[in-house]
Structure formats: structure tokens, C-alpha cells
Design a protein. Sequence first.
Length: 129
Amino acid sequence: MTSRFTELVVDCHDPERLAAFWCEVLDFKVIDRSEGEVEIGSWAPTVEDVRARQMSPTLLFIQVPEGKTVKNRLHLDVSPIDGSTEAEVTRLLGLGATKTDVGQGPDRNWVVMADPEGNEFCVLRTLAP
């Protein structure tokens, strides 16, 4: 018996705002929403698809009352596909991300950022040709 990685859940105050931010970052679309929850992904999963093969997980933003208080123990890494890392960082800043310091030091080939609710993520080297 096995399991599939189907969703990554992010607790947040404003699921709509955070889902919109990550849709812009990842070129995802909203695939489901209900009271206090928004799910985004690059595909609309069906049980048959998930059972047949491992697919990219969706991101599910769930509204919670408490705020973020410490550095994330889990974070996303993103890699630009059609421009430089620097250009992607500039784009993400324009979407509402911020640069942040989690103790990574100055000589790294990635940039640590935070989404509009403070969840850390990293922008890695470009994959552009």
C-alpha cells in the first residue's frame, strides 16, 4: 500500500489573498474554494489521475485565527523558468513578497523571501535557457 502527496496545506488569515499571490507566482489556477479555504493547482485532480501516477500537489490555503510566530519548518523553493533569478525576485517583490533573513548568510545562490503573510520561500537559480 502507498500514499500520494496530493496537497500542501498553508494556514493563513486571508486564503483568497494568499491563493491569488501564489497563483501569480506559480501560474496556477483556483481549482476549488469553500468557506475559509481556497485550493490552487496546475491541474484539477481526479481520483483516477491521482491513483494512476504521482502528480504535482495542489496548495490549499485554510483560514486560521492565529498568526505565524516562528520560521517555517517547511518551505517552498521556486525556480524561474524564463528569466533571471534577479528578474524573478523583482517580479515577486512587485506581487507583495519581501526579502527576509532566516540566517542564510550572504554568500548563497538563492534568495530567501516571504509571501504576503510571512511564509518563507526560496527563489533558486534560473532554469531559463
